[in-house]
Design a protein around this ligand. Structure first.
Ligand code: NDP
Length: 311
């Protein structure tokens, strides 16, 4: 009779904090940290971030793999997945943190702060008359667990907000667009565009030179999801020409962003090192525990991931 154990693997997350948070929720859970896994047949659940190739096949009784993060692109593109249930992290702390990042980036543009940052460097009083927030059109691409609340909050603040997603959404104050036509309308009709799209085969490079050219001249772009949803060479060209006026980038095709990368020298780019939203084990453990309880009862986990769909 095998035991009900979880294996933890992550080169970046703290196993001690996770053990503490998860066993507080599930005192009966046997929490094991790779490589100290004991009998591989005991392992029913895996809580992992980028484990080595062949990791999952080692555990014959595995039922649930939970990705230690909201973005599952690195997980679903693997060719060594086993047929179990997949889920990912999401918690109110992570949602609040992402919303705060988006509100910051959008408000910085809406209130012309980069103009004043430059004026300060020149030692000049450069008055730009503020515009009503309702006159400022903002688009959020991706209306999922992070994009939905960010769009709702921007709308509640008074911005005019449109969202784009695969399926139609009903979010208070947010117009909903779908499909290729919808994307083109959204890009052409908004001056601040925020990406919260997951990276999938369909979304990779979805914002290329053609799409960036649809944006109004001087548009602002905020990317807090994955670098590769935008063609970086096309974005650099658009930022150099001024067609895209400003960008706030938290994520990049290659991270850390290499020294000498053109983004570093563009004055109209704000770079943050992939921290728009992070997971706090204490806040995320509740949903991880609930997923384990559900899988024990033969139900689907929370925040289930469909590897075929890619997110
Ligand atoms: P979700 O999976 O909950 O939502 C994804 C949204 O994108 C959904 O609205 C979905 O549409 C939409 N979507 C997916 N593919 C397409 C497509 N091809 N065309 C149109 N819409 C599409 O993801 P989250 O909101 O939780 O997270 C979004 C991303 O943010 C993550 O995948 C991750 O990469 C990134 N992230 C970044 C962090 C950071 O610190 N920078 C931290 C955490 C996450 P529908 O609703 O119709 O399915």
């Amino acid at each position: 009779m095998s035991r009900d154990a979880l294996v933890f693997y992550s080169p970046v997350d703290d196993p001690v904090a996770w053990r503490e948070a998860l066993t507080a929720e599930l005192p009966d859970l046997d929490f094991r940290v790779d490589p100290e896994v004991g009998d591989p047949a005991d392992i029913r659940y895996a809580l992992v971030w980028v484990p080595p190739k062949g990791f999952f096949a080692r555990f014959p009784n595995l039922q649930l793999v939970t990705n230690l993060g909201a973005g599952v692109d690195a997980l679903v593109r693997r060719d060594d997945l086993v047929p179990v249930k997949f889920s990912r992290l999401n918690d109110p702390g992570m949602v609040a943190m992402m919303t705060s990042y988006v509100v910051f980036a959008v408000t910085r543009y809406a209130r012309d702060i980069p103009v004043f940052e430059r004026a300060k460097r020149r030692g000049e009083w450069d008055y730009v008359h503020p515009r009503a927030l309702s006159d400022i059109k903002v688009a959020v691409l991706g209306l999922g667990e992070l994009g939905g609340p960010a769009a709702r909050t921007l709308a509640a603040m008074g911005f005019t907000v449109t969202g784009w997603s695969r399926s139609k959404k009903d979010i208070e104050g947010v117009s909903s667009e779908t499909g290729r036509d919808g994307l083109e309308r959204v890009l052409a009709g908004n001056e601040i565009i925020v990406s919260l799209l997951p990276l999938t085969p369909e979304s990779r490079g979805i914002l290329g030179a053609r799409e960036l050219a649809l944006m109004p001249k001087g548009a602002k772009f905020v990317n807090a999801s994955r670098g590769a949803v935008v063609d970086e060479a096309a974005l650099i060209a658009a930022l150099r020409s001024g067609h895209v006026g400003e960008a706030t980038l938290d994520v990049f095709e290659t991270e850390p962003l290499p020294p000498g990368h053109p983004f570093w020298t563009l004055d109209n780019v704000l770079i943050t090192p992939h921290l728009a939203s992070i997971t706090v084990p204490k806040l995320a453990a509740r949903d991880v525990a609930e997923s384990i309880r559900r899988v024990r009862q033969g139900l689907a986990p929370l925040h289930e991931v469909d590897p075929g769909r890619g997110y």
